[in-house]
Design a protein. Structure first.
Length: 175
């Protein structure tokens, strides 16, 4: 007789607390939460003689939402500022003029390069035969920082300062 799945000693589900988010310039230990990659498939309708027929359309990958803590050292806020500057952002100052050849702005190539070209989300297994075995690995290709919120402050709280970041990417591959 087949063994029940819940009675098997070798059954281990993937756990939400065993994971790492790897990206250039940001230490993995400051990342507190992250959403996994997800996608939507657009719907294209065709109407014919009073009927509607639906067909799958383009695939669109949804952004990944990341929450990080902001320790003093390494300073996550400063690391994200470096990502912004490495993306090509030029702080406007009084010395700049409209015809200045030194003016430039962000580009996709620089923004992607600022995060290392690929952001990887790894789900890790329990210690067993192979310690910290990678169960699932998502590679997000051409990632760039779409949004950063540097948290909030309050006199009546002793909570850690948290930074929210949105990462946009072209596509993800599950390895």
């Amino acid at each position: 007789m087949a063994e029940k799945f819940w009675a098997g000693a070798n059954l281990e589900p993937k756990r939400q607390h065993r994971w790492l988010l790897l990206m250039a310039g940001i230490p993995a230990f400051v990342v507190k939460t992250a959403t996994k990659p997800s996608f939507n498939i657009a719907n294209t309708q065709h109407k014919y003689f009073g009927h509607t027929f639906n067909y799958p359309g383009n695939v669109e990958w949804n952004p990944v939402e990341v929450k990080m803590v902001d320790p003093i050292d390494p300073d996550t806020s400063k690391a994200l500022q470096r990502v912004l500057m490495n993306s090509g952002y030029d702080v406007p100052t009084a010395r700049l003029e409209l015809n200045d050849e030194g003016l430039f702005t962000t580009s996709k190539q620089q923004a992607v390069s600022a995060l290392g070209g690929i952001v990887t989300l790894q789900q890790i297994g329990a210690r067993g035969d192979v310690p910290n075995k990678i169960l699932e690995e998502w590679d997000m290709h051409n990632p760039w920082v779409e949004k950063v919120t540097f948290g909030s402050l309050a006199y009546d709280s002793d909570a850690m300062v948290e930074i929210d970041m949105t990462i946009r990417y072209d596509y993800a591959i599950l390895r």
